[in-house]
Design a protein. Sequence first.
Length: 172
Amino acid sequence: MMARRIRIANRTPRAAQSGSVLVELAVILPILIGLSLCTLEFASALSEYRSVVNQARIATRYLSTKAPGEGHEQARCLAINGIESGAPCGGTPIRRGFSDATVVIQDASNAPATHRAQAAGSASSPVVVNLVTVQISNYEHPLVTGTLVSGMIGDRVAITFSPIRVTMRQAL
């Protein structure tokens, strides 16, 4: 008879515990889902940022092989659409929200004070180079979960990146 009471006594705490586990799950689950969504948004935005930086590098590398003043329209198209073509630029933007981005190109032809005949190297053996800069600004990364959280964070459903600027040496 004593063994029976012990078994029943052991079952009671487990039954009471199972209810508290469900309450804990109900409290913790929304927090875990929120953290997972934040991680997803951050990873997606980081991937987009790296893609935009790479497109700016590709356009700058393209212009570094051209003479000053040449290839600006092709480089703009290369930065936005990923293809080298002149005006009007054909194709679709490689990223969502990229069509509104502004591409500014500076080289020795349109910014001579900062990009023409810049000294590089050491003081004993200066090397004179021209520079080319491609800047992509006003790029907005649309949030993946923007429609889900738009009421919580306001009406903004995109992240605007700060201007991305890449500078390289240009052919003389």
